[in-house]
Design a protein around this ligand. Structure first.
Ligand code: IMP
Ligand code: MG
Length: 189
């Protein structure tokens, strides 16, 4: 199957430098996080707020590992545009559908990098009256932090490498890769 796709002109596989987290590893991480969240939120009404579009795949897998009654909502924010560097300006592209008053909110992120997006979202949801706010990210790049943010659940720290896949994009591409990978340098050229 992989061999066949390699020969096609628009295959994603030829752009991959290295697979950092394969499907088995991702499943292991998500299972662990789901068990921790289940334990910590027992007896509470939990609202998962997924940050689109990057957290889409992670959230779909994570919620099925949480054995509680949860509600879902989504926000879309933009801080990157088509670049690989955060601009530092967070814009809300899609707001929550419902209020968060008196709810325990868990923000679901794909990656925390500078921390600017998460910092902004935490302030925003606090201002909207959430009972508690916590954050869960699949990946964390601690070396890149520009603002201090407390992250309650981290799938895995990663070094300062630009990665794609499992929902995460470069210029809106590669979100549908089933694993997390780095790209060959010529892809950015
Ligand atoms: P922050 O505001 O700098 O923390 O940016 C967080 C957001 O930047 C994440 O939700 C991702 O959408 C994006 N991002 C950060 N690092 C990467 C990466 O390596 N690949 C793709 N997107 C990234
Ligand atoms: Mg992105």
């Amino acid at each position: 199957m992989i061999e066949k796709r390699k020969k096609k002109g628009n295959s994603m596989i030829r752009d991959i430098q290295e697979v950092l987290f394969d499907e088995a590893k991702l499943n292991q991480i998500v299972t662990r996080l789901g068990a921790q969240i289940t334990e910590d939120y027992r007896g509470k009404d939990l609202l998962l707020v997924g940050i689109l579009k990057g957290a889409n795949v992670f959230m779909a897998d994570l919620m099925r590992k949480i054995d509680l009654h949860v509600q879902l909502d989504f926000m879309a924010v933009s801080s990157y545009g088509m670049s690989t560097e955060s601009s530092g300006v967070v814009r809300i592209l899609k707001d929550l559908d419902h209020g968060v008053e008196n709810k325990h909110v868990l923000i679901i992120e794909d990656i925390v990098d500078s921390g600017l997006t998460l910092h902004y979202l935490m302030d925003y949801l606090t201002a909207r009256g959430a009972l508690s706010i916590a954050a869960c990210t699949l990946l964390d790049k601690p070396d890149r932090r520009k603002v201090d943010v407390a992250i309650n659940y981290v799938g895995s720290p990663i070094p300062d490498v630009f990665i794609v896949g499992y929902g995460i994009d470069y210029a809106e591409k590669y979100r549908n890769l089933p694993y997390i990978a780095s790209l060959k340098p010529e892809v950015y050229a």
